[in-house]
Design a protein around this ligand. Structure first.
Ligand SMILES: CC(C)(COP(=O)(O)OP(=O)(O)OC[C@H]1O[C@@H](n2cnc3c(N)ncnc32)[C@H](O)[C@@H]1OP(=O)(O)O)[C@@H](O)C(=O)NCCC(=O)NCCS
Length: 404
């Protein structure tokens, strides 16, 4: 009998233990459920906050874009209007750069051109979730059905220069080469690159494949220097053309003359200016003597001979070129001095430093380096460019398709 009760006690105690464990497990489950609910609530809040932050960021970007559009100079507004009427197809090679992706969307939304953006579409969408790329054609060179055709085109164009089929095949995967080959094949009207590549690497494929237009001895570069919205006392036309600030390191007199003539054409046909061309130097009308000055005066004589109708003068220091009071004393009687709007720098040191000073200290927008003289429009960008500069370069590239 005692054994029976002992067993019964044991069983009751085991049931009690199980019940206790059950209660503990139930409490734990309830605690876990409470925690899960809390986590869900927190996650919901985080999601809501993230959505609110995204909305605020997008609103800020939209406000900034509207403000930029309102502050836009009349020169740039006119360029964009003319570009839009042409409806050209422009390739942007750098889908890996957020500024370029934003510019692709903006240029499309503003109707400036039909944009082809090069890069991996999935990666671009992943890296730029807030950018609406509706209307932009995204092409991944690696997956393009045309890549092999472009590789064959590249080989045929460069084999005489020693390029092998293997090298051409490899280069056809490179976005810049691919874009330039699209241009050469007639699959696009113009190209803009260089937001995240050096000028040399951006322009070399173009120089090798598209080359200078027939009869043009060299390709050169220029910046469209757009005055700040509040204006600038030395900038009568709202913008200057600066050349060559990006491509030819140390042009000869013949090349400088050519750069001056081409830049005048650019000022007229792209920026709608009446060109007044100043051949810049550290001397004004013989105030100093040096071989570098002789190079400029020789270039002036050549430009005048080649284009007698050109409104050009030199050699002029910068102040004599753009400040009327200084021009009066240093270059009296000059039709250009004091009012120049096309500034030709004697070499790349002067040009490159000059445009950056104007941009950074003078608050001008520096659009470029843009190119003149290519058989089809190819333009570089400064690696310090903003998305708006890329949009501006797209518009100018479209206009360049019309330069004769
Ligand atoms: C653009 C640049 C790379 C070209 O020079 P390069 O590398 O020596 O190029 P190459 O001599 O190999 O020339 C390549 C082709 O371009 C042609 N070319 C080079 N410069 C040219 C020009 N200004 N106009 C027309 N064709 C040109 C060459 O004749 C050559 O043609 P080919 O191969 O069919 O014979 C060079 O001028 C450069 O580095 N410039 C300075 C860029 C820079 O750093 N700018 C500052 C920052 S904005």
């Amino acid at each position: 009998m005692a054994g029976f009760f002992d067993k019964l006690k044991e069983k009751i105690s085991a049931v009690n233990d199980s019940f206790e464990k059950y209660r503990e497990a139930k409490d734990a489950a309830e605690e876990i459920k409470d925690n899960v609910d809390e986590i869900r609530e927190d996650a919901g809040k985080i999601k809501e906050e993230a959505a609110e932050r995204k909305k605020q960021r997008e609103e800020k970007e939209e406000t900034a874009r509207k403000a930029a559009a309102e502050a836009e100079s009349p020169v740039m507004r006119e360029i964009k209007k003319k570009a839009a009427a042409l409806n050209k197809t422009i390739v942007l090679c750098e889908g890996e750069d957020a500024r370029v992706v934003m510019a692709a969307a903006d240029a499309t939304a503003q109707g400036i051109a039909k944009i082809i953006l090069l890069g991996d579409p999935e990666q671009i969408a992943k890296d730029n979730p807030a950018v609406d790329l509706a209307g932009v054609t995204v092409i991944d060179p690696a997956k393009s059905a045309k890549r092999a055709e472009y590789a064959a085109l590249l080989y045929s164009l460069r084999k005489a220069k020693g390029m092998t089929e293997e090298e051409a095949e490899k280069l056809s995967y490179d976005n810049t080469y691919f874009g330039v080959l699209m241009l050469k094949a007639g699959d696009a009207d113009g190209l803009v690159s260089g937001a995240c590549h050096s000028t040399a690497n951006t322009l070399r494929p173009g120089l090798q494949i598209v080359k200078a237009a027939p009869g043009v001895p060299l390709v050169s570069s220029y910046f469209l220097m757009v005055a700040p919205a509040a204006g600038n006392q030395y900038c009568e036309d709202g913008a200057f053309i600066y050349s060559d600030c990006g491509l030819n390191e140390n042009p000869t007199s013949e090349q400088l003359a050519e750069i001056a003539i081409m830049s005048a054409k650019t000022a007229e046909q792209i920026a709608g200016m009446q060109p007044r061309v100043a051949m810049l130097s550290f001397s004004t009308k013989g105030s100093a003597k040096h071989a570098d000055i002789d190079k400029v005066t020789a270039a002036l004589a050549m430009a005048k001979e080649k284009a007698p109708e050109l409104n050009i003068d030199g050699e002029l220091q910068l102040d004599a070129a753009i400040v009327p009071s200084v021009a009066k004393s240093k270059a009296p009687g000059s039709k250009v001095a004091g009012h120049a709007n096309v500034l030709i720098f004697p070499d790349l040191d002067a040009g490159n430093i000059g445009y950056k000073l104007t941009e950074r200290l003078g608050g001008f927008q520096a659009v470029g380096p843009l190119c003149q003289g290519f058989a089809k429009p190819i333009n570089d960008l400064s690696r310090g460019c903003k998305s708006d500069d890329v949009v501006a370069a797209v518009a100018i590239t479209a206009l360049q398709t019309q330069i004769k």
